[in-house]
Design a protein around this ligand. Structure first.
Ligand code: AMP
Ligand code: MG
Length: 518
């Protein structure tokens, strides 16, 4: 175990890729470069609220909360071997090309090599960069805490994600108009320390293509393949696109499985490594609803609603592929990748849903009917998706609809007079499928519970942790993090973390509606 200054720090990204070495302050357009040199802006009084030990272990870092660690993760100290940089990228936001975006408040301090792996150590909220445009480069406690909770929850759920090492209280206030209603207030600031092999996104490639800068694009593609896709040959642009597309399809299957809604699936927020990244106004599906989005900014068009995510990911991939097309003579193989995306997604989605349901595949038509029938059932009355699947595993084979209804009713948000009748048609088909299965009830339950989490970072749970957290008061946050370490295992005494959303949280900001203000 090492202290932060003893880590094996390297600078591969800045060494291998063209950069904007200028350190002139102020926002600007940065050309022919993948990064800009930056320095974190010191904060008034950095204090570590939490250090996640298993992420520290990935880095070989001693998780003890020392003054030095707080100073580095608060942005007050840069240790030898770090060359902090902000990445240059662009992106399509809500379907439109937005030009240069870039790390406006994130900066990578350096790359930590440990045990044959390499991770970027990145601060989010450490002050302005050339990409900050008119914003302040800071982050509020509620957004940094949400990023930390959700990235760790995702990891333990088995969903590919960037990780979070720490949450650091800055001691500074940050001015935010949380509801965008003209009432800005000072809120406590906090920096999230993120960790990932790379934070490269679709937009990291799009920016160079949009500017006609094939040379930088080519260099970035070569670097990406060399460092992150070593199984590919140098220059295999189509292979890169195929693999990013495959990983993205599987990521979407995982999001659908656990009920995660990203909220802002702009191309600058989609990782080329297929990781969930950039946790902003995300939300967890409580009442099952394909049309739900937590993001108030997207309330009108609902472009990024739950059920639309797989299609949006494909659209985003088409933008990424469009950028890569500058490097190939024949674009037909890139188009083919997009066609294959739908097949990869569909096949994996059906397999995933059948495992959630605990039944085996029969024929494609029957499988689709079962899955779609369930979706209609869950929509017909407000049903908590997470609880529904956990309770479904408790329904014994051969149970009549009345028994199933009494077990499943716990997942309902409203009183339904005759839930057995409502369940009726779908349950009749389902129970035949269960009866046809060769598995015992116990085996089926175990296999269902392995993909149906009991504990997810419900929006209101994260909000309760936010309300309870300040320096010296981190028990609520640590307990929530701990519950989420074993999301598939019932933890006696922690039943309150598995309950459906209480009524008070239905319309409370932060609990079911999130703004982009962060
Ligand atoms: P997001 O929607 O959070 O992914 O952010 C979109 C773009 O805005 C990215 O380039 C961010 O770095 C930038 N950004 C968001 N919030 C801030 C902030 N407070 N200060 C500077 N840049 C920001
Ligand atoms: Mg972003």
């Amino acid at each position: 175990m090492h202290t932060i200054s003893e880590l094996d720090l390297r600078t591969d990204f800045v060494d291998a890729l063209p950069g904007d070495a200028s350190q002139v302050p102020g926002s600007r357009q940065v050309f022919e470069a993948c990064w800009s040199s930056v320095q974190p802006t010191p904060v008034a009084g950095p204090q570590l609220l939490v250090v996640v030990p298993e992420v520290a272990e990935l880095l070989g870092l001693d998780p003890a909360p020392t003054d030095e660690l707080a100073a580095v993760l608060g942005g007050n100290q840069v240790v030898d071997g770090m060359k902090p940089f902000a990445a240059c990228y662009g992106g399509h936001q809500f379907g439109h090309w937005a030009g240069q975006l870039g790390d406006g408040r994130a900066m990578t301090l350096g790359q930590v090599h440990h045990d044959g792996q390499s991770f970027e150590l990145q601060l989010k909220g450490a002050g302005p960069t050339p990409y900050s445009r008119r914003a302040d480069g800071r982050a509020v406690l509620r957004s940094s805490l949400r990023e930390l909770i959700c990235s760790e929850a995702m990891h333990h759920l088995g969903v590919p994600t960037t990780r979070a090492l720490a949450l650091t209280w800055t001691g500074d206030g940050v001015l935010r108009d949380m509801l965008y209603d003209g009432h800005p207030e000072h809120e406590p600031g906090a920096i999230a320390t993120r960790v990932a092999p790379s934070f490269l996104r679709f937009g990291s490639f799009e920016i160079h293509a949009a500017r006609g800068d094939r040379e930088t694009l080519r260099t970035l593609v070569d670097y990406t393949i060399d460092r992150h896709f070593p199984e590919l040959e140098k220059g295999d642009v189509v292979g890169l696109f195929r693999e990013v597309s495959r990983r993205t399809a599987l990521l979407m299957v995982d999001w659908m499985r656990v009920g995660f809604v990203h909220g802002v699936m702009n191309t600058d927020n989609l990782s080329v490594l297929g990781l969930t990244m950039d946790y902003g106004p995300y939300g967890w599906l409580e009442p099952y609803d394909l049309d739900w989005t937590p993001n108030t900014t997207d309330a009108q068009g609902k472009r990024y609603r739950y059920g639309w995510q797989p299609s949006v990911a494909r659209w985003n991939l088409s933008r990424f592929g469009g950028a890569l097309s500058a490097l190939v003579e024949d674009t037909a193989p890139l188009d083919k990748v997009l066609v294959d995306y739908a097949d990869i997604y569909d096949e994996a989605y059906v397999a995933m849903m059948l495992q959630k349901l605990g039944v085996e595949s029969t024929d494609a038509e029957g499988d689709h009917a079962l899955i779609e029938g369930l979706s209609a059932l869950l929509t017909s009355t407000e049903t908590d998706m997470t609880l529904f699947f956990r309770r479904l595993a408790d329904v014994p084979a051969g149970a009549p609809a009345s028994e199933a209804a009494s077990i499943l009713a716990e997942a309902l948000y409203e009183d339904v007079e005759d839930y057995a009748t409502l369940l009726g048609d779908w349950y009749a088909v389902y129970s035949v499928r269960v009866a046809a299965s060769s598995q015992s009830d116990a085996k089926r339950r175990a296999s269902m519970n392995a993909v149906n989490p009991l504990y997810v970072p419900r929006n209101y749970l994260a909000q309760l942790a936010i309300d309870a957290t300040e320096p010296g008061k981190t028990e609520a946050l640590e307990e929530l993090l701990d519950v989420l370490r074993k999301p598939y295992t019932a933890q006696p005494g922690r039943e309150k973390y598995a309950e459906k959303r209480p009524e008070w949280a239905r319309n409370r900001p932060g609990c079911s509606m999130l703004s982009c203000s962060s």
